[in-house]
Design a protein around this ligand. Structure first.
Ligand code: PMV
Length: 355
């Protein structure tokens, strides 16, 4: 179990007086898919409920950085951000906000001038949330930078601090640091869980989840019509807010038990209930919004019919969008390929698995 850290633990010691002239770093971080959803927050990225995710294996962001010592540290963080070869001002705006939140925890940040180059291994605008892997990769860079200046931290602390920083960029990014299964958010029954950072799943995982698949069916790759920031904000005044908190807490306990025992039926029931509840919360916000498309529902209904007929362990989840994630054990790969070919023959697919 990971010991509990407080905000004060993430403040760094003073910088040494002779800093290196230039530092070159490169890190990568995977995307993740939430099974217990984070939807609703308060203050500075404090989640309304604890969430749990699978870390993906193939869908990653890779980021390189070159930091050159400034003559004199400024009050601002000076940087340029290039995405897939081009300077990206939209990303720079988001990263500017992020740096404003984390500068106190990375004292060397303002002493250097930065150039970041980043790319995703998954297709651009594929509808996969890239903010999770993007902020996680950036946070890992900042941790390597800090260790270059201050000496090496132990691995657990370095990962926990990377998760703490990543959370301040995008909540779900906190869960893109550890492989396997991550839990972010305080839960009364999970020792070591914290609102400030994610922790690796603190229990034994049943082998049925080894090489587990997540195939992302790309139903719609357009820009999100409602950002997750707007969506989270609508939960503040949501009529079902309190019920959501207690259902999420209960679902977490049931899902954890299913992951320990390998009970795929219970696993699927909870994962699907969470996906539908996320979208139900969106559809009952004020104003409401609907992110599913006709093919989202078509696939869900066909999957359920197929599963009832053939008794196969293939389940779905949804992120904040129309795409459907199909979750299943390795043994079902050929059958799922066949099923998708029959239901949505033209559809694009990202075949990922759990790390
Ligand atoms: O990390 P954010 O602020 O983009 O929120 C992500 C919310 C969901 O993707 C819908 C659910 C989750 O837990 O990842």
């Amino acid at each position: 179990m990971i010991k509990q850290f407080s905000i004060e633990d993430f403040r760094s010691p003073q910088l040494p007086s002779n800093l290196p002239e230039a530092i070159q770093l490169r890190e990568e971080a995977p995307s993740n898919i939430a099974l217990i959803k984070y939807w609703g927050k308060s203050g500075l990225q404090i989640p309304m409920n604890a969430s749990l995710s699978f870390t993906l294996s193939e869908s990653k962001t890779v980021t390189g950085a070159r930091a050159v010592l400034r003559e004199k540290a400024g009050d601002d963080v000076r940087f340029e951000f290039y995405f897939e070869g081009r300077r990206n001002k939209d990303f720079e705006k988001k990263i500017h906000t992020f740096f404003g939140r984390i500068a106190d925890y990375i004292p060397g940040l303002k002493a250097y001038e930065w150039r970041f180059e980043s790319r995703n291994t998954f297709p651009h605008s594929s509808g996969i949330a890239s903010s999770a892997s993007g902020f996680a990769a950036l946070s890992k860079i900042l941790l390597s930078f800090e260790q270059t200046l201050l000496g090496t931290y132990d691995d657990t602390f370095a990962s926990v601090k990377a998760s703490f920083l990543a959370r301040l960029g995008s909540g779900s990014a906190s869960r893109s640091i550890f492989p396997g299964i991550n839990i972010w958010g305080h839960h009364p029954d999970i020792p070591g869980s914290s609102d400030l950072y994610a922790i690796p799943f603190p229990y034994e995982v049943h082998p049925v989840f080894d090489h587990f698949r997540d195939w992302i069916v790309l139903i719609d790759s357009g820009k999100k019509q409602v950002s997750s920031t707007q969506g989270h904000a609508l939960i503040d005044t949501h009529p079902f807010k309190n019920q959501r908190i207690s259902v999420a807490e209960k679902n977490m306990n049931t899902l954890i038990a299913a992951i320990k025992t390998g009970d795929l039926e219970v696993f699927g029931r909870i994962v699907e209930a969470e996906a539908l509840m996320l979208h139900a919360l969106m559809m009952t916000s004020e104003p409401d919004f609907i992110l599913m498309k006709p093919d989202t529902l078509h696939l869900i209904l066909e999957l359920r019919r197929w599963r009832a007929d053939e008794k196969i362990p293939v389940f779905f989840t949804l992120d904040a969008g129309a795409n459907v994630h199909l979750l299943f054990p390795d043994s079902q790969v050929n059958r799922v390929e066949h099923f998708l070919g029959a239901i949505l023959p033209q559809v694009k697919l990202i075949r990922d698995f759990v790390q």
